[in-house]
Design a protein around this ligand. Structure first.
Ligand code: GUN
Length: 280
């Protein structure tokens, strides 16, 4: 039977450490911009706000109406960039179609970019693992989970399925930073199972329930499931969990795996940003 990678538990211990840092810093504030039409984002932001409250981080929510303009969002970001009481600033995705997201992203002060999506933080992360201080939260959370369970990826053949800027690409880089041999598969890959069948570690971030099946997995592999899908009112990941857990050495569940780690790392990044802003 596989080891279940309990992200909820690992996130709790990370949040305990964040709470201590918040006490030391006195006041930490995270601003979150969210479009009112972002229905899944509403749930994620509620989780982020609840986690902030738990560790004593003040959260400032800015709701964006459907009619919001590019200029209004840019002006808000400029205002928050200049507000020294705001330590971290994120724009929950997606945004309405008429908004030019790359331009929005470029405007966020990289020192407050606690999502780690700005080109400065993304580029820095490519250099080495010592430069991942403000790296994207979901992949950083997965790395922290692997570290917690003492799973050393050096020398592993790793496959990341999904090449998004938020998860797939940064995860591939973080694994490479730690000595894994990494393949990135995506929607244009001819035969994903050709790669996953031989992999020691598989990260699945495709957004399709039951995508990774047992015949695609090597016995003894480590499986990280980033998917959050709703099937018959239930939240499930991208992995056929019941089957794959029979062959994997370790596997993250959904819910209670990668998700809580993402939120915990967001708050850890916010504290890291606050410390830097205070020259600590
Ligand atoms: N939308 C989906 N995941 C994320 C995330 O990690 N951060 C932000 N800002 N938006 C998202």
């Amino acid at each position: 039977m596989a080891t279940i990678l309990n992200g909820k538990e690992v996130a709790e211990s990370l949040l305990d450490a964040v709470k201590k840092d918040v006490e030391l810093l006195g006041k930490v504030k995270l601003a979150v911009l969210i479009w009112s039409g972002n229905s899944s984002g509403q749930i994620y932001v509620k989780n982020k706000e609840a986690a902030c409250e738990k560790v004593g981080i003040e959260s400032l929510r800015i709701d964006l109406a459907d009619s919001v303009t590019q200029e209004e969002i840019l002006a808000k970001i400029e205002e928050l960039n200049g507000d020294s009481s705001v330590n971290g600033l994120i724009v929950q995705l997606p945004l309405p179609a008429h908004i030019d997201y790359p331009k929005i992203l470029k405007t966020i002060d990289p020192r407050k970019d606690v999502d780690g999506f700005h080109a400065y933080n993304m580029g820095k992360m490519l250099l080495d693992k010592d430069f991942e201080d403000l790296a994207p939260c979901t992949p950083k959370g997965m790395i922290k989970m692997l570290e917690h369970y003492k799973i050393d990826v050096a020398g592993m053949d790793a496959v990341v399925i999904g090449k998004s800027n938020i998860v797939g690409k940064p995860m591939a880089m973080m694994l490479a930073n730690r000595g894994a041999t990494v393949t990135i598969c995506h929607s244009k890959t001819k035969d994903v199972s050709r790669y996953t069948r031989d992999a020691d570690l598989v990260v699945v971030a495709v957004g399709k329930a039951g995508f990774l099946k047992t015949d695609m997995v090597k016995k003894g592999a480590v499986i990280l499931d980033v998917g959050i899908n709703r099937v018959d009112g239930k939240v499930v990941g991208d992995v056929d969990f019941a089957e794959v857990e029979q062959v994997a050495a370790a596997i993250s569940p959904v819910p209670g795996g990668v998700g809580p780690m993402t939120v915990a790392v967001l708050l850890a990044n916010t504290v890291t940003a606050a410390k830097k802003q205070h020259n600590m």
